[in-house]
Design a binder for this molecule. Structure first.
Ligand code: G4P
Length: 528
């Protein structure tokens, strides 16, 4: 096998999702500690103190303690090269999560054992299911009082519609947490972490250890015996094929904060996931081991760091090997681009890289030509990956600048932020951009927009909420807008590419438009 193929084979690329506070950052930090990527606990997180999360680089994230944008981190563990994609936990940014999941080959879902499946887990999970990727569950915070493991699994199965397979089984929880039973190896991994918040002590005991009852206590020992019997007959069958297709989630119980169960989780995860997956193109499939380079843009971000006022496009490499300075085709524009400043990103620190392989996530300098979903490939290859759909915005505001002298910055800021996919902008038909209509999926995106306009582009803006809730692109190419019969609360606008759209306040008005304009074609997504 060629060298580059060996490199690809050892790669694993996954996204980590959770409801805020379930422990995603803590778990990520433990992974990075294992890989030696960070040396100090707290370098990834610490939202309540001055250190801020490595993966949270925007001011607003620091202020609110939420992760707005997702970032990528790479580390080595044993012989694996792992790319973790962090995702924003807040549902207002679920579109960002969706795009990030497009770049991942599997997902890790972190659930708080006392809370079970929470609102955002549900929403983010739905996004995972759309991609059919393997989903691994880490039920966290077992050192605190937890719900019954049966109820937790039942909830995941019912609420999320996915099968579960407990890889280990908890023995007690909270003050009585004694560890987990590792089903495959039929051994107990003991937990004695109380008193030391950050590192639990563990020993491995075979299930037939003579003094097990004394160690666990009579009650927990008896419960464990019953649980083991029950699990064996309860019909939780392990099926790797189902795992690989996102139909069955291997579940692990542990406690990220006390570093309990994290390493076994990582080990199993690495064994059960596959190397980078093949990717669909418009008319074919690209094999990651193919020697030709191909990649797609899944995220664009400007001004990530005030010290570097530039625009970075994050790409997921889908096949072959990347080398610094290589020339590639940008399929959408038909232009050749030199990828001259490839970077691996660890939030604020950036490391220049010489090479990268299928499965890797890297940041490249964007001279303003890339859009989300664009393909880059070896010259002459003409690969075209399936696009990343844009979510239809549901909340709209009319936005203008306070100081009319700042028009240039206003247009630049709004356009750039829209190109990143963080907001969508629309304008009155045939008007300039004195005023724009901004559409978002979640209201927090407005806060981010306002904050960024002020801090990065130095423009104060005034926003007025509009009553619209639905957007439809008009798919008839030769439409005469003046002839459309619409309810008085429907608004005609155009997007930045000049395509016409209608904004509706309610579904009734959409039906009216369709019923009163024969042949009118409306779609929720922009085509093209
Ligand atoms: P998130 O990224 O999913 O939002 O969660 P994060 O890791 O920030 O964890 C949220 C809170 O839960 C943190 O406490 C963290 O220390 C705690 N936590 C994470 N894993 C465990 C666990 O296994 N057991 C227990 N008991 N707590 C856990 P915090 O008070 O918000 O922050 P801090 O003061 O501890 O830094």
């Amino acid at each position: 096998m060629a060298d580059y193929q060996q490199e690809i084979k050892r790669r694993r690329t996954f996204a980590i999702i959770s409801h805020p506070d379930a422990g995603k950052t803590t778990l990520t930090e433990k992974f990075l500690l294992y890989g030696g990527a960070i040396t100090q606990a707290g370098s990834v997180k610490g939202k309540k103190n001055s250190r801020h999360a490595v993966s949270d680089w925007m001011e607003i994230e620091k202020q609110r303690g939420i992760s707005v944008t997702s970032s990528a981190m790479q580390f080595e563990y044993e012989n694996f090269c792992i790319n973790i994609l962090d995702t924003p936990g807040h549902q207002d940014f679920s579109e960002d999560t969706y795009r990030t999941l497009m770049a991942a080959d599997s997902a890790v879902m972190v659930i708080d054992a006392s809370k079970g499946v929470e609102a955002q887990t549900r929403k983010l999970f739905k996004v995972c299911v759309m991609r059919d990727i393997p989903i691994f569950t880490f039920i966290n915070k077992m050192d605190r009082d937890a719900q019954s493991p049966y109820d937790l699994l039942d909830e995941i199965e019912k609420e999320l519609g996915i099968g579960t397979y407990p890889m280990n089984w908890p023995i007690g929880s909270g003050i009585d947490f004694k560890g987990v039973y590792d089903r495959e190896n039929q051994q107990i991994i003991t937990f004695s972490g109380h008193g030391n918040k950050h590192e639990a002590d563990s020993t491995y005991l075979p299930i037939d250890t003579p003094d097990l009852e004394t160690r666990l206590g009579e009650n927990l020992h008896a419960t464990l015996k019953d649980d083991i019997n029950l699990l064996d007959v309860a019909g939780y069958d392990f099926d790797l094929d189902k795992v690989r297709h996102g139909k069955l989630s291997p579940v692990f119980f542990g406690s990220a904060l006390t570093n309990f169960g994290v390493e076994p989780f990582l080990e199993n995860f690495l064994q059960l996931t596959s190397s980078p997956l093949a990717r669909k193109t418009a008319d074919d499939i690209v094999d990651p081991f193919d020697s030709a380079f191909s990649a797609f843009v899944f995220k664009i971000q400007a001004n990530m760091n005030k010290a570097h006022r530039d625009r970075i496009a994050f790409i997921r490499i889908c096949s072959g090997k990347f080398e610094k300075g290589m020339d590639v085709d940008h399929v959408q524009s038909g232009r050749k681009v030199k990828l001259s400043q490839p970077q691996q990103l660890m939030a604020e620190s950036r490391e220049m890289i010489e090479e990268a392989y299928a499965g890797d996530i890297i940041g490249i300098f964007d001279p303003g030509i890339f859009s989300i979903g664009d393909t880059l490939c070896s010259p002459g290859k003409k690969v075209l990956f399936e696009g990343i759909p844009t979510f239809a915005p549901e909340i709209f505001s009319l936005v203008r600048q306070k100081d009319t002298m700042k028009r240039k910055q206003f247009v630049k800021g709004a356009t750039q932020i829209a190109q990143e996919g963080a907001i969508q902008i629309f304008q009155e038909i045939n008007s300039g951009m004195e005023e724009i209509i901004v559409g978002v999926v979640g209201v927090l995106q407005f806060d981010v927009f306002k904050h960024r306009m002020e801090n990065e582009y130095n423009v104060e803006i005034i926003m007025n909420t509009l009553p619209f809730q639905f957007i439809r692109w008009i798919d008839n190419p030769e439409i005469d807008l003046k002839k459309l019969s619409l309810t008085s609360d429907t608004k005609k606008v155009q997007d930045t590419k000049g395509r016409y759209l209608l904004l509706f306040s309610n579904e009734w008005s959409i039906r009216w438009a369709l019923e009163h304009n024969e042949g009118l074609l409306l779609s929720e997504f922009s085509r093209g």
